[in-house]
Design a protein around this ligand. Structure first.
Ligand SMILES: [Fe+2]
Ligand SMILES: [Fe+2]
Length: 476
């Protein structure tokens, strides 16, 4: 494995010291990043001592380093997974040829757009979560939030490195812009819709980690297949960080379900009002939050059928997640994919698209299957507790703003309905003002080591074999 050099101003495993021009460019960007972090990051906790992990190498053992750090002193840097010897292009028209160490001129703008779009989501999420620390349900959760925040900051570094190293002046300008756009800003919002949604409570945060960060996982998985090898290596290492974010989302929601079931058992009722009187999250309320974040995140994959997706696949820019192990045909020149589209008469019809054009949908399908895993687990918990309530993912046609189903009103099962029925049913489908107010009322900060807010069960274990009541954050 290639060790990370922490003696440099910018920790890295890309031998930055031997590329003075690049090093200077990045050192110029570094103070701007720190300024952005101080302004838009978890700035009220700058003096807190946080138990964080820092990468010391890029393989699985590279995560062994845990220690107490003040967040502004976190060692953000540039870490690429080790190269794979003789790696060849895994999909598309150039299948089997050697991978590229530079960006081919003809694909430059497509690559730049993809990298900027991915890069934009990283600081966006830090901005979205920037005030959450004040209402943490426990020190354990506070520490996890901060771990995610510093790692999303590191992901920004990952994308900025690629921009600086391979896109010259354009790349440096894009890197500046990544710090200039802000989540929810009226004039300069973040690029993708979901990353402009406010995250004001921890229920939204856990949903975001579960659904929206999982989109990130799938985008990174498909970029990790890219023929542009430095990008692939960057994304491979980012995925090891991303795994923790998925964990926080899934266990966070699972702990909420567990706590709700405890309350239901104690009071002998599943009535939302009674559950709320005990300060827990009733399951229908949780379902409405799931509906919101799932449907919003589905749009991040783009249109069901589009020529852009076909080009990026054909040219070897972006593959499918687990391209090598999950698929037999890596060229997809003449295969097809069935997608469901509106028939224009208030119904649904099948449309057969060339496989390459349907790559966004292929990716979205894989994502949906991955999303279902957590729901199965939570439903098992509910069933074991003796209740028949089932959490469900809404249809991928529900509440879409992009693609064939954009602005076509459907119910949760994806059946097209009239606009009036849609508006009337909305309070049962998505969190309404009273839901949000109630959730907000639960957001009282708990910072006594080992204590949990009343709406969430403790985790099964602490971080890095420490106990749950370890003081993961010392608020100074
Ligand atoms: Fe990320
Ligand atoms: Fe993430």
């Amino acid at each position: 494995m290639s060790a990370i050099d922490y003696f440099e101003k910018i920790p890295n495993n890309v031998d930055l010291a031997n590329d003075r021009t690049l090093q200077r460019a990045l050192e110029h960007w570094q103070p701007r990043f720190l300024e952005w972090w101080r302004e838009m990051g978890p700035n009220d906790f700058a003096s807190a001592d946080v138990y964080l992990r820092t990468a010391v190498g890029v393989d699985a053992q590279g995560w062994a380093h845990y220690g107490t750090v003040k967040m502004p002193e976190y060692r953000w840097g540039i870490f690429l997974a080790d190269p794979i010897a003789d790696r060849t292009i895994g999909f598309g028209d150039s299948f089997g040829q050697p991978v590229w160490q530079q960006v081919p001129g003809e694909f430059r703008s497509q690559f730049r757009r993809l990298i900027v779009t991915q890069g934009d989501t990283e600081p966006a999420s830090v901005e979205q979560q920037h005030r959450l620390g004040h209402t943490c349900p426990s020190l354990y959760d506070l520490r996890n939030l901060f771990q995610i925040n510093v790692e999303e900051g590191r992901h920004l570094w990952a994308m900025v490195y690629i921009l600086h190293a391979y896109f010259g002046r354009d790349g440096r300008e894009e890197a500046e812009e990544l710090l200039a756009r802000h989540s929810g800003d009226v004039d300069k919002p973040r690029i993708l819709g979901t990353f402009n949604e406010p995250i004001e409570d921890w229920l939204s945060f856990f949903c975001f980690c579960y659904f929206t960060d999982r989109d990130g996982k799938f985008q990174l998985k498909s970029l990790a297949e890219s023929s542009f090898d430095p990008l692939a290596r960057t994304c491979r290492f980012m995925l090891t960080e991303e795994a923790h974010h998925m964990f926080v989302g899934e266990t966070g929601l699972g702990r909420i379900v567990r706590r709700t079931l405890e309350v239901m058992k104690e009071i002998g009722s599943d009535g939302p009002e009674a559950i709320r009187r005990r300060g827990a999250v009733d399951l229908p309320l949780l379902q409405r939050y799931l509906n919101f974040w799932f449907s919003s995140s589905l749009d991040l994959f783009g249109s069901e059928a589009c020529s852009n997706a076909a080009t990026t696949f054909a040219s070897g820019i972006k593959g499918r997640p687990d391209e090598t192990t999950q698929y037999q045909d890596h060229v997809c020149a003449d295969s097809t994919f069935d997608i469901e589209v509106p028939d224009g008469k208030g119904g649904v019809m099948k449309d057969t698209s060339p496989m390459r054009n349907a790559m966004n949908e292929v990716l979205r399908d894989a994502y949906i299957r991955d999303c279902e895993i957590g729901l199965k687990r939570w439903n098992m918990q509910i069933k074991r507790a003796g209740y028949s309530f089932e959490l469900k993912l809404p249809s991928n046609r529900f509440r879409r703003a992009i693609g064939a189903w954009a602005n076509i009103p459907t119910d949760l099962e994806g059946r097209p309905v009239g606009r009036e029925e849609y508006d009337r049913s909305m309070p049962g489908w998505l969190p309404g003002a009273s839901d949000r107010d109630y959730v907000k009322s639960l957001m009282q900060r708990v910072v006594e080591p080992g204590k949990m807010a009343a709406w969430i069960a403790p985790p099964e274990r602490g971080v890095n074999n420490l106990s749950v009541d370890y003081e993961y954050v010392r608020l100074n």
